[in-house]
Design a binder for this molecule. Structure first.
Ligand code: ADP
Ligand code: MG
Length: 257
C-alpha cells in the first residue's frame, strides 16, 4: 500500500514537471477504467494521451475566448439562421471553416439596427475560436481610444503589433459615434496597418455612401473603403429588427387571446 502511494506521488510529481495537467488530473480514473475494462497497454496509453489533448484543447479555447472579449451568449446555438435569406446563409457557412482568415479577407456586415449583425459576427467568431483562431472583439470607439492612448504614450507601434497577433479584429458598430479628426486619423492608420496582413470584421449601420460621416473627409473615407473592400466578403443584412419582430409576435398573440 505504502509502495502504491509512493508511486502515485512520484507519478503526480513527474507529470507536474512535464506539464501534462490533463493526464495528472485524470490518470487515476483512467487507470481504474483500464483495470476494469482490461485495456491493452496501447489502449491505456492512448486514453491518457487523448485526455491530455482534450484538456489542452479546452484550456486553449477558454483562453482564446477570454482574450477575445466576445460578449457571452452570442453563439451559433442561440442564433436563428432560418431568419436569414439563403444567400446570407451560404456566405455565413463559407466563413465557418476560417479559410478567409488565411486569405486575409475582410468581412463587412451592413444592415439596419437590430438585424442581427453583432450577434452574427460574434457567433462566427466563437466558431473560429473553436478552430484555434485568435480573434479580438472591439467597438470602433474603444479601439480608437486605446490607440490614441498608445499614441500619446509613444506606444502606437507596439499597440498595432499587439493587435497584429490576432487573425481577426472585429470592429462592431463602426460609424456609430461622430468621430473627431484625430480619432478618424488613428482609425485610418489602423486600417492601413492591417491591410493585406490580417482580417478585419466590421459591422455597420451606415452604407459606404455615408462613410464620409465617419472619416469627415471624402478622400480618406474612399481610401479606407478601398483597402477594406479590396479582399472582402460583404454581407447585406437588410432584415426587419429581430427585437421588433419578436415584439410584434408577442402583441399579435396578446390580441388573439
Ligand atoms: P445589430 O447589431 O444588427 O443592431 P444585434 O445583433 O444586436 O443587432 O441583434 C439585436 C438583438 O436581437 C440581440 O439581442 C440579438 O441577440 C437578437 N438577434 C438578432 N438576430 C437574431 C437571430 N437571427 N437569432 C437570434 N437572435 C437574434
Ligand atoms: Mg450591433
Amino acid at each position: 500500500m505504502a509502495k502504491l502511494d509512493k508511486t502515485a506521488q512520484r507519478l503526480s510529481e513527474s507529470m507536474k514537471n512535464l506539464h501534462i495537467p490533463g493526464i495528472r488530473a485524470h490518470f487515476e480514473e483512467i487507470t481504474e477504467k483500464a483495470k476494469n475494462d482490461s485495456m491493452s497497454y496501447e489502449e491505456y496509453l492512448l486514453a491518457l494521451l487523448e485526455k491530455e489533448c482534450e484538456v489542452r484543447y479546452n484550456n486553449r479555447v477558454n483562453r482564446l475566448l477570454k482574450d477575445s472579449r466576445l460578449p457571452s451568449g452570442k453563439t451559433m446555438e442561440t442564433f436563428d439562421m432560418k431568419r436569414l435569406p439563403l444567400k446570407i446563409v451560404q456566405q455565413v457557412k463559407g466563413l465557418l471553416d476560417g479559410k478567409f482568415l488565411n486569405r486575409t479577407e475582410n468581412v463587412l456586415i451592413f444592415g439596419n439596427p437590430g438585424s442581427g449583425k453583432t450577434h452574427l459576427v460574434c457567433a462566427v467568431c466563437n466558431e473560429l475560436i473553436a478552430l484555434n483562431r485568435k480573434v479580438c472583439f472591439t467597438t470602433s470607439s474603444l479601439l480608437v481610444q486605446e490607440l490614441l492612448i498608445a499614441k500619446r504614450d509613444l506606444q502606437l507601434h507596439k499597440a498595432l503589433k499587439k493587435l497584429g497577433k490576432y487573425d481577426a479584429i472585429i470592429i462592431d458598430d463602426i460609424g456609430y459615434v461622430q468621430q473627431e479628426r484625430e480619432e478618424m486619423e488613428i482609425l485610418f492608420t489602423f486600417l492601413a496597418d492591417r491591410y493585406e496582413k490580417s482580417s478585419i470584421m466590421i459591422t455597420s449601420n451606415l452604407p459606404f455612401s455615408k462613410w464620409d460621416k465617419i472619416f469627415k473627409d471624402t478622400m480618406i473615407a474612399a481610401a479606407a473603403i478601398d483597402r477594406l473592400v479590396h479582399h472582402s466578403i460583404i454581407i447585406e443584412m437588410n432584415l426587419e429588427s429581430y427585437r421588433m419582430k419578436k415584439a410584434k409576435k408577442l402583441k399579435k398573440r396578446g390580441d388573439n387571446s
